[in-house]
Design a protein around this ligand. Structure first.
Ligand code: ACM
Ligand code: ZN
Length: 779
């Protein structure tokens, strides 16, 4: 009996102990407030944290539906990220709860205060939207883990956005994304405090919005027969029909979904260009009358709306009228970009309209540009009648801005600057900082095929949208910033996410955070918090921020390459120079070093949660390597910020024109002189040219080599002409080598003759292409 009793007691003890233990010892993880975007002020005073556990109530004001939805969203976020089940209910703020209130008095309606002490968490907003941003900050402060409690340190955060317009654009015309995928895009926006979703719904390659009055927009214009494979001019097609559109019911559902997340959807109907899909359905709306095909490749179509045709104007009015009725947004985007005027120049109806309107060419605008402005003005008139305002791309400056228009500056910032000077509102979205379809890594071989460009996250992060050229008064017209995702080369939603995340984090900080709070290094330390949330939602994202940042500078005085390596959070870096993949046994990076002979530099960083990708830089020395080099003709300096030295840095440019490796000229030839620093015997010269005709990169027409012993008198020793490029020529890095009788040279002059005008067969015939040259090899 005694024995049994002891056993029973001990069993009971074990049971009680384990129950108590399991309740009280559910692991407690601590949170912090290291969120993206960085809040305006964060004060931490006091020591006892708030313990977030299962069953904690979220109270919100009675009879406020939006606040109820805020509370529900918070509970959903917390459940997803931590497994904790919160309990939303209407009521007054109380201790032990998360209290959502509207009692912050602030001119900025998106402002919020997040106060945490040992008794309660309080988010007070200047509006329901402000509360929503407080909720975002709170959920981003939480760890991502399941079956835990969370300890929240005492804090007082006061925060508000820098810009009122914080946008992200998704092109669903080139590739179509489902309703659920669009909602996920909206979730991604919400996590980054973005409040405008610019929805690019129509283009040459597909019409994606139901318009009741024009059923063939759905049955014909939303479908293309097939899609180009690879670059737009590859000439290869996949033979697979492609299409899709959103019904008005689906669109209403998406608008509602976005509205609950304080995101206004700005639909874009791109006109009068980018209309080939609509013309296929209604050929009478074009200048030639067709027939047309929904465009199967990328680029810009010459076939645009015929503005001389009354039924075209009626079509525009009808479409915009349905769009205006569908979308609650005050702003409707009407495109206006990339509208070639070739058809209008030849079209009797367009010319008659020009005449009837008395449009004249002058030094500023052609009469066809004024016709474009007329079309934009007609569209604006129709939308104004519906109580709407228009937004258009940079090109709506052509022919003059219509009153009240907001300009979206994509061709750099100059259009935005001009519009602000004319006292028009401006959204900055310069392609070089804000086009997320550009490559995010220099190692393009490892990336999915992209349109081109090079936009590392750091460049987006460091973008300052307020042009210094503007006065304080003019700066007030800069209403915000947007990033764009064009989807020509983005067929799947996971690739959409890969291109956007985590660059959207950098965007968020440009849009939201006060410039005084921005610091790239600090931003990087906060990135893992954000990627943990991406992981939690199974969102695909790019991991380049975890990789080693390899900075190699050529020094033609010391004849070495200086190598500097860095990582996001000063993680340990290992490297090799012999082409072996590095491991944690390899040389550990301790500071800058130099390379003065052939090497294959491979690096790797070890971050607590992952090992980075291995970077590879191949360095090959030849007789020209690291010798002083100068250019005799102008070059396009933005292509090679380090200057002409990249021609002789021992490193070859790859299939990315924007990484600084290529020296570019346009409209003149490339002429370089290399100082061999003493008589050197040579018998060959080689150059590389990056050829990609869709990006206006043309091959050399001729290559000449001359040598000199004094740097003054040159003797040509070899030259070769090359055939003109043909439409069938593919993308390549062309190698041009000239061999000659061995000769001695103290100076070598390289001349590469460029194509000066693009030929008739090219989409942009007559314009000036680029010649991109890298690594000059002398042996
Ligand atoms: C644009 O990128 N065509 C606005
Ligand atoms: Zn016409």
């Amino acid at each position: 009996m005694k024995e049994i009793s002891v056993s029973f007691m001990s069993l009971l003890c074990v049971f009680l102990f384990s129950t108590l233990f399991s309740c009280s010892s559910k692991e407690t993880l601590s949170s912090d407030y290291e969120v993206i975007p960085k809040p305006l002020t964060v004060k931490s005073e006091g020591s006892t944290p708030f313990l977030l556990e299962d069953g904690i109530t979220v109270v919100y004001p009675e009879n406020n539906e939006k606040m109820r939805e805020n509370a529900e969203l918070l509970a959903t976020y917390v459940a997803k990220q931590t497994g904790l089940k919160l309990n939303p209910r209407a009521g007054m703020p109380v201790d032990g709860a998360i209290c959502l209130t509207l009692d912050l008095s602030d001119d900025n309606k998106e402002a919020y205060k997040l106060v945490v002490n040992d008794k309660r968490i309080c988010i007070s907003g200047a509006s329901e939207a402000g509360v929503f941003y407080g909720i975002q900050t709170l959920r981003k402060s939480l760890p991502v883990a399941q079956d835990v409690n969370v300890s929240l340190p005492v804090v007082e955060i006061y925060d508000k956005p820098r810009f009122s317009y914080r946008g992200a654009m998704l092109d669903v015309a080139r590739h179509f994304f489902t309703v659920d995928e669009v909602k996920t895009f909206i979730d991604m926006c919400a996590l980054h405090n973005i409040n405008r979703f610019h929805w690019h719904l129509t283009d040459d390659q597909g019409w994606r919005i139901e318009i009741k009055k024009y059923p063939k927009l759905m049955s014909v214009a939303s479908q293309r027969k097939e899609t180009v494979v690879g670059r737009w001019c590859s000439g290869i097609y996949d033979g697979t029909p492609y299409g899709g559109y959103y019904t008005q019911d689906e669109i209403r559902d998406i608008i509602d979904y976005a509205a609950k997340r304080y995101i206004t959807i700005i639909p874009e109907i791109d006109l009068p260009g980018h209309m080939q899909a609509a013309l296929t359905a209604y050929p009478e709306l074009g200048c030639t009358g067709g027939p047309y095909e929904v465009r199967e490749t990328w680029g810009v179509s010459d076939d645009v709306l015929c503005v001389g045709n009354d039924s075209t104007l009626q079509f525009v009015r009808d479409v915009l009228s349905e769009v205006a009725d569908l979308f609650p947004s005050e702003y409707i985007h009407i495109g206006g970009d990339e509208c070639p005027k070739v058809r209008w120049k030849e079209c009797p109806k367009c010319q008659a309209r020009i005449k009837a309107l008395g449009l004249k060419s002058d030094a500023k605008h052609t009469k066809e540009e004024r016709l474009q402005s007329y079309m934009i003005a007609e569209a604006t008139k129709c939308l104004n009648e519906k109580g709407k305002q228009i937004i258009g791309w940079t090109e709506i400056l052509e022919g003059g801005l219509v009153p009240g228009a907001t300009l979206m500056s994509w061709i750099g910032e100059s259009g935005g600057i001009e519009a602000a000077r004319q006292h028009h509102d401006v959204i900055m979205t310069p392609n070089t900082y804000m086009y997320f379809d550009y490559y995010q890594s220099k190692q393009v071989e490892d990336e999915p095929l992209a349109i081109g460009g090079y936009l590392p996250i750091e460049k987006t992060y460091n973008y300052e949208p307020m042009p210094k050229e503007l006065t304080k008064e003019e700066q007030q017209y800069i209403k915000g910033v947007q990033a764009n995702l064009w989807t020509e080369y983005i067929p799947s939603f996971s690739q959409v996410q890969y291109m956007i995340l985590p660059r959207m984090g950098a965007l968020a900080e440009v849009q939201w955070s006060d410039p005084s709070r921005k610091d790239y290094k600090d931003f990087l330390t906060r990135i893992p918090r954000l990627t943990a949330i991406y992981d939690c939602y199974d969102w695909t994202y790019a991991t380049h921020v975890f990789d080693v940042n390899v900075d190699i500078k050529a020094d033609t005085v010391k004849h070495v390459l200086s190598v500097q390596l860095s990582t996001m959070a000063d993680d340990p870096i290992y490297y090799t120079l012999d082409g072996q993949d590095p491991t944690e046994e390899s040389a550990k990076y301790t500071g800058p070093f130099t390379i003065d002979k052939d090497a294959i530099l491979k690096t790797m960083a070890v971050h607590p949660s992952r090992t980075s990708k291995i970077s590879i830089d191949t360095i090959r020395f030849n007789k020209a390597t690291l010798k002083p080099v100068k250019l005799l003709q102008p070059n396009q300096e933005s292509f090679s910020p380090d200057g002409p030295v990249v021609l002789v840095d021992g490193r070859r440019g790859n299939h990315s024109f924007d990484t600084g490796a290529w020296v570019a000229v346009a409209g003149n030839d490339l002429e370089a002189v290399i100082d061999m620093q003493g008589e050197t015997t040579l018998s060959s010269a080689t150059i590389h040219v990056y050829v990609r005709k869709d990006a206006w990169l043309f091959d050399a027409k001729k290559f000449l080599v001359a040598v000199s012993s004094d740097g003054k008198n040159y003797k040509e020793i070899a030259s070769q002409d090359y055939p003109a490029m043909q439409p069938s020529d593919g993308d390549t890095i062309a190698e041009h080598k000239l061999s000659f009788e061995p000769c001695k040279a103290a100076y070598v002059k390289i001349k590469v003759v460029s194509e000066k005008r693009m030929p008739e067969w090219h989409l942009n015939a007559g314009l000036t292409p680029y010649l991109l040259v890298d690594e000059i090899i002398l042996n």
